[in-house]
Design a binder for this molecule. Structure first.
Ligand SMILES: Nc1ncnc2c1ncn2[C@@H]1O[C@H](COP(=O)(O)OP(=O)(O)OP(=O)(O)O)[C@@H](O)[C@H]1O
Length: 360
């Protein structure tokens, strides 16, 4: 059964989202800024708190992991990376690496663990913790003079999820936003990985540019680009072929696309899901209509209705995730710019509807 397998993958793990490459492509400016801040720890100072934002797959996690790996070569300062996707207690337990009862106990354990040294704690996907629970972990961390807290989120508006004015005044992070990748940058990222993941000459020349172009359309998501390449290779192997071709990429697109859309919709907040739903089912695509439909749905699903301003903000977020398109259609008479909002033209409406209904 396992004999005569095509020689395609030299090391498939290199394409995994968990792999941290030994050099990064294209994030020079961001690496420079962040490493300047974190480098202060080498002079015995606590680096400033940092907030990294940027759309999914823009390299936020890999960049911070890469910088911390490098930093750790020069210091024995305690550095802890955690996914902050649980409650404040659960996240504190991951940092403290124990599950003692009582949130404040855990905070003490974290303090004991760093033993008066300067420390760096990374809270990735911090918006999930803030949505689930509260900002009480940030409250405590930002009050510790020896701890630099790095928060990462793909929600541009994450700071508005912090409600405690005491946290707002003590946390005060330096903000760094990662823009989405373009097709050339995605090509570079893929080439580096492909060289190490595949045997020589198994990729048709057009495969990487095609994956990069498709991912550039999906909001410059490097994870999507890597998944396309991995699925395409899996399909080639399934078909017992020796080379990965454009057809394999196109066949992979459907599988990857549906998976990605499901995941990205499942990750939206309830009000974002409802707004996307309203955009899909509104016959007229003017913002006013879409907002009306949203408010109707909000009643139906027992969710608070929102002000027009907040809804516009949410629409911009959906646009950033590549789920809707906002089109300016000219100037209304004396009423400023007129615009329309449509579901993404590159994603099948039914796929989005099914994913929303499933996760609401
Ligand atoms: N500049 C880069 N160089 C090499 N690989 C990269 C780069 N940017 C992203 N990648 C790869 O793309 C994938 C997604 O990147 P990453 O997880 O860092 O994105 P993210 O911005 O944290 O996304 P999310 O917000 O969804 O968590 C990973 O496999 C990562 O290794």
């Amino acid at each position: 059964m396992f004999e005569k397998r095509p020689r395609i993958f030299k090391n498939r793990d290199i394409l995994s989202p968990l792999f941290v490459p030994d050099t990064l492509q294209d994030r020079k400016k961001e690496v420079e800024i962040i490493s300047q801040y974190l480098g202060y720890i080498l002079d015995g100072a606590t680096p400033p708190n940092i907030l990294i934002t940027g759309p999914p797959g823009s390299g936020k996690t890999v960049t911070i992991k890469y910088i911390l790996n490098e930093l750790q070569k020069h210091t024995d300062a305690p550095i802890k990376y955690v996914k902050a996707d649980g409650t404040a207690y659960q996240v504190a337990a991951s940092i403290a690496e124990r599950r003692d009862p009582g949130f404040l106990n855990l905070i003490n354990k974290i303090r004991e663990k760093i033993q008066g040294k300067k420390a760096i704690i990374v809270l990735d996907e911090v918006d999930k913790m803030l949505a689930k629970d509260s900002d009480r972990l940030l409250y405590h961390l930002s009050r510790e003079p020896d701890i630099c807290t790095i928060t990462i989120s793909n929600k541009l508006t994450v700071m508005s999820m912090i409600t405690d004015p005491r946290v707002l005044s003590s946390f005060q992070p330096r903000r760094i936003n990662f823009p989405p990748y373009n097709a050339n940058q995605l090509t570079e990222i893929l080439e580096y990985r492909a060289e190490r993941a595949f045997y020589d000459n198994v990729l048709e020349d057009s495969v990487i540019p095609l994956c990069a172009a498709m991912a550039a359309q999906r909001n410059g998501d490097a994870r999507y680009a890597l998944e396309l390449l991995t699925f395409a290779a899996d399909i080639a192997i399934r078909n017992k072929q020796k080379k990965i071709t454009e057809e394999h990429v196109r066949a992979a697109q459907d599988e990857v696309e549906i998976e990605f859309i499901r995941n990205s919709i499942a990750e939206l907040r309830e009000n974002q899901k409802l707004l996307l739903y309203a955009t899909l089912i509104s016959k007229e695509k003017t913002p006013r209509r879409v907002y009306k439909t949203y408010n109707k749905l909000a009643k139906q699903y027992g969710i608070n209705s929102l002000t027009q301003r907040r809804l516009s903000q949410l629409l911009r977020e959906l646009e950033l995730y590549g789920l809707v398109e906002i089109e300016v259609v000219g100037r209304g008479r004396g009423r400023g710019v007129k615009w329309l909002v449509r579901p993404s033209s590159t994603i099948d409406d039914d796929v989005m509807l099914e994913a929303i209904r499933r996760s609401l």
